[in-house]
Write a protein that binds this ligand. Structure first.
Ligand code: UD1
Ligand code: CA
Length: 491
């Protein structure tokens, strides 16, 4: 099994080794002169700012709970934090945004939730988590809840830069259009200030290296710097970016780490949500292909951040993966299939047009064909359901054959019931299996049956009207019609 995250952490490992080159996948330059490998002994606290109102989303839901690649923006950020910083997180939420706190706890149960009562700027938001900082940590990462593409290896590089003795590490990038971003003011290789656009001079506005927003602070000096930040600016806000000039005045060093735009891609509007989905899908597709998956038309395949693939899996065009899908080696997912919380075993064949809903587990070499829906069901090795079926709340034994049009009638209007189909059983086409019901190993069900009682192993069950045949009936009909008379009675 080659997991995406495994591929990512290998990449992260390579990044450690490249050290001072500061490779970031986009040819950007790292201004940190030496990067030692990170000692696991350094403790880390991540502060996630998520108190924004997100008014431009025009939504009844908090911005950070909107989703890309199958999970909330906040969950993406917390997952990166968990990998790069560990489980100590402080999430700053707005008043009344309880749902944001619940989501934070779901992803990072150890996280502390802080409420920023009034939105008075990024530094003010960070200080809402003052108690967490005061408890002490070697590294304090400040990340935004609305930048879901931040990669764990980028956060790791920020921590590495702290380990070289910087008091603050700022993540810089060169956007195509720098409007609205804080500009990084450098003297030589040293960062001397960040100027918010509103406060910047014309010369400063011409600078193209911008503040990505995320920062890392050395824990021991973090509070001393943060508490000196004032709000004497046009907006009357406490700007986190003022920390740089303050640190310099205290004789401390601030450095810039340059990264690619995706890492700091923030979301304020639905259009940006869609652009981020596109960018994130490109990243996930590339990771899947790098890990040995064939995507015939990658731009048409939608992945979740946690989709896991084995080797030599083939995914045909137009397939959607929801959260929690694992596909093992050599499986083929054919066009127009939709999978959600599903496990696909080695060599299995799915689709075209299959719908695999939560709780589907397909064993090795299982075939699930066109217009088959499966939910909460285990289909064991080599079993086949090739056409037009619903298999819900069921077990299908190894080697069983589920004929076209078979329906497990799992719901009686009140409760759900299970269907168990034994090994090598044969379910004739267009049968209805009324649960709870068990079909024994090797049993046969005649086509068109409505099965309401258990069927013993190796038996044949037929439950449909018997066929009657009227010899010569059709011939008599035609001669009566020719003579202009009425249809004969059936008997
Ligand atoms: C910030 C930076 C800017 C940088 C840009 C990158 C500051 C002062 N400016 O600007 O230099 O180029 O990010 O995107 O830091 N938040 C709160 N509470 C607040 C204010 C903000 O939780 O009181 C949160 C927001 O929800 C958001 C993050 O902090 O997730 C950043 O705030 P935002 O207002 O978007 O900052 P920018 O003006 O974009
Ligand atoms: Ca912003």
């Amino acid at each position: 099994m080659v997991a995406f995250w495994a591929a990512e952490s290998r990449a992260a490992f390579r990044l450690f080794r490249r050290g001072a080159l500061g490779y970031d996948g986009a040819g950007g330059q790292n201004r940190v002169s030496e990067v030692p490998s990170l000692t696991p002994a350094r403790s880390c606290l991540a502060i996630v700012l998520a108190a924004g109102e997100g008014t431009r989303m025009r939504s009844a839901h908090p911005k950070v709970l909107h989703a890309v690649a199958g999970r909330s923006l906040l969950a993406h950020v917390l997952e990166a934090v968990r990998q790069a910083c560990g489980s100590r997180g402080a999430v700053v939420i707005g008043p009344g945004a309880d749902a944001v706190g619940v989501e934070a706890k779901r992803v990072l149960p150890e996280a502390d939730i802080f409420v920023q009562a009034e939105r008075r700027g990024t530094a003010h938001a960070v200080l809402a988590a003052r108690n967490a900082i005061a408890r002490g940590a070697d590294d304090v990462l400040i990340v935004f809840g609305d930048t879901p593409m931040i990669r764990p290896q980028t956060l790791t590089r920020m921590r590495e830069a702290l380990a070289t003795g910087a008091a603050i590490v700022v993540l810089g990038f060169r956007p195509k259009d720098p409007t609205g971003y804080g500009r990084l003011v450098l003297q030589g290789n040293e960062l001397v200030a960040i100027r918010e656009e509103l406060e910047a001079s014309a010369a400063e506005r011409a600078l193209d290296l911008c503040n990505g927003g995320l920062m890392a602070f050395a824990g021991p000096t973090a509070l001393a710097i943060l508490e000196r930040i004032g709000n004497a600016n046009r907006e009357g806000e406490y700007y986190l970016t003022d920390a740089i000039a303050i640190a310099r005045a205290m004789g401390l060093k601030a450095v810039v780490l340059e990264t690619e735009e995706d890492d700091v891609r923030g979301i304020n509007t639905r259009a940006q949500l869609a652009e981020t989905e596109t960018a994130l899908q490109q990243r996930l597709r590339k990771a899947a292909m790098d890990a040995g998956v064939t995507l015939v038309a990658p731009e048409t395949v939608f992945l979740a951040a946690d989709t896991k693939f084995g080797r030599d899996v083939v995914v045909e065009p137009f397939v959607v993966f929801g959260e929690g899908v694992t596909v093992e080696d050599n499986a083929v997912i054919r066009s127009f299939s939709h999978l959600d919380r599903t496990h696909v075993g080695k060599g299995a064949r799915v689709g075209p047009y299959a719908r695999l809903r939560p709780g589907t587990r397909l064993g090795e070499d299982v075939h699930v064909g066109n217009f088959v829906e499966v939910k909460e069901a285990l289909i064991e090795a080599g079993a086949k359901a090739n056409h037009l079926s619903y298999i819900g709340d069921a077990t299908v034994g190894a080697g069983a054959n589920v004929g076209a049009g078979t329906i497990t009638c799992n719901y009686d209007g009140v409760a759900k019931h299970r269907t168990e189909i034994g090994k090598n059983a044969f379910i004739g086409s267009n049968s209805a299996l009324v649960a709870p019901v068990k079909i024994g190993e090797g049993a046969y069900i005649g086509s068109g049956s409505v099965i309401t009682h258990d069927v013993p192993a190796d038996a044949l069950a037929v439950a449909r009207g018997r066929q009657t045949v009227k010899e010569g009936w059709a011939g008599r009909l035609r001669s009566l019609k020719a003579a202009g008379k009425k249809k004969p009675a059936a008997e």
